[in-house]
Write a protein that binds this ligand. Structure first.
Ligand SMILES: [Zn+2]
Length: 423
């Protein structure tokens, strides 16, 4: 993977030069903690609470993770991407990084209290204890209040990294305590440049970047994976299939199935890599010779680190950590399916936008230039008003799924398919 020399953790942040410069200088300031103490780091520009914002696909999680790696990195300049600290952060197995994701609809006060307890404990390997909160827009009121107290008087070595779609999604009291890092959606040219640098053919890179509308992860998948391209093609052919009610229901089922397959492809490799990394860190599985004591990934460590533990305790701790990882992966899997479905709906919305653009003969670049034939066919078979209603129906379904995580995807897509036919 590192075929082009040394890749730093900052290279994952596509088209975010301003953000990278903010984060690298903060990480350099933070490094002063080891030699000159926390006060010197703070004076040099290190901050305890950060709020990362940006639209889906801008690389919010990647940016927060890169910063965490930069804070724990063992080399200068920080964020080398090569040292053990960088590796454990990127594989989500760093002892000093605790990640919180909502399992259900919200992050409750119990999760936040556990997080705050963890923030107060001393770092075990690096200089900082990092608390990464993936969906900081989903706190319950009492959880937000508990967190606020921790942000007001942070423990000396604690760093909170909050992620949310926009600053408006976070309570004013919380965001006023945080230093803000705003990511933007990378341009098509940014994405093309990255894909080409990673070895993709330029023409393919351009189609993938254009079709993904700035979503780097999606562009990468489209450029690298023929099956991902086939699934996108199937999604874009869907509008021409909607004649009878049975067709609509079948199309809706296909849409959900494609999203599930897409999510599995995206998640399987990562899950496996994480599990392997955790097993290695725990000294179980392939490398069983080690006598390293068990430590779960961030938080929940069983007491101090005094000497070797009896083997039975080690194994039990390891099993617990693996089980916890499995649960986190399952929860992420559900969310990845919804993310993939959302990508499919974005593709569909882009298609109807293209149809409308061609009906109005507007001189605008198409989102899906490789599906110009389908676009022309749909344009000639409908009025602009119908196209607009269809476009709106797709956007409304996206919104409904985003606002209501309890909504069954199959039902949402079935009513969408019927609405598209009847528009
Ligand atoms: Zn490093």
């Amino acid at each position: 993977m590192a075929d082009n020399g040394s890749v730093t953790v900052w290279d994952a942040l596509v088209g975010q030069d301003a953000v990278v410069s903010t984060l690298t200088s903060a990480a350099e300031a933070a490094a002063l903690v080891a030699t000159a103490g926390p006060l010197a780091a703070a004076r040099a520009g290190m901050t305890h609470s950060w709020l990362f914002t940006g639209p889906a696909g801008s690389g919010l999680a990647e940016a927060a993770r890169a910063f965490a790696a930069g804070l724990l990195c063992e080399n200068t300049p920080p964020g080398c991407g090569q040292c053990p600290a960088c590796h454990t952060v990127l594989s989500d197995t760093a002892a000093d990084l605790r990640t919180v994701r909502p399992e259900g609809l919200s992050i409750g006060v119990r999760d936040v209290r556990a997080l705050i307890r963890d923030a107060a404990s001393a770092p075990s390997a690096g200089s900082w204890r990092i608390l990464l909160i993936d969906d900081a827009d989903r706190f319950t009121d009492s959880a937000a209040n508990a967190l606020l107290k921790a942000l007001e008087e942070p423990a000396e070595r604690a760093v909170f990294l909050l992620c949310a779609p926009s600053v408006d999604d976070v309570l004013p009291t919380i965001r006023s305590r945080c230093r803000s890092v705003a990511l933007r959606l990378p341009t098509v040219e940014d994405v093309v440049a990255v894909l080409v640098r990673e070895g993709a053919d330029e023409e393919l890179a351009r189609v993938a970047a254009q079709a993904s509308q700035g979503h780097v992860g999606q562009a990468r998948r489209l450029a690298a994976d023929p099956q991902a391209r086939a699934r996108r093609d199937a999604v874009l052919r869907l509008p021409s299939r909607l004649r009878r009610t049975g067709d609509c229901l079948a199309a809706a089922a296909d849409l959900v199935e494609a999203a599930t397959a897409d999510a599995q492809a995206a998640g399987a490799d990562r899950d496996e890599a994480e599990t392997e990394a955790l097993k290695t860190a725990l000294g179980v599985g392939a490398t069983s010779a080690g006598t390293r004591s068990a430590s779960t990934r961030g938080g929940g460590r069983a007491g101090g680190g005094a000497g070797a533990k009896p083997r039975s305790i080690q194994v039990r701790g390891a099993a617990g950590a693996l089980k916890e990882l499995e649960r986190a992966q399952k929860s992420r899997g559900r969310r990845t399916v919804l993310d993939s479905l959302d990508r499919a709906l974005v593709d569909l919305a882009g298609l109807y936008r293209d149809v409308l653009v061609s009906q109005l003969r507007a001189d605008v670049t198409l989102v899906h230039p490789d599906h110009a034939d389908a676009t022309a066919q749909l344009a000639s078979a409908a009025t602009p008003e119908q196209t607009l209603r269809r476009w709106e129906a797709v956007l409304a379904t996206r919104q409904a799924l985003a606002d209501n995580p309890g909504l069954v995807p199959q039902l949402a897509t079935e009513s969408l398919a019927l609405a598209l036919r009847d528009a």
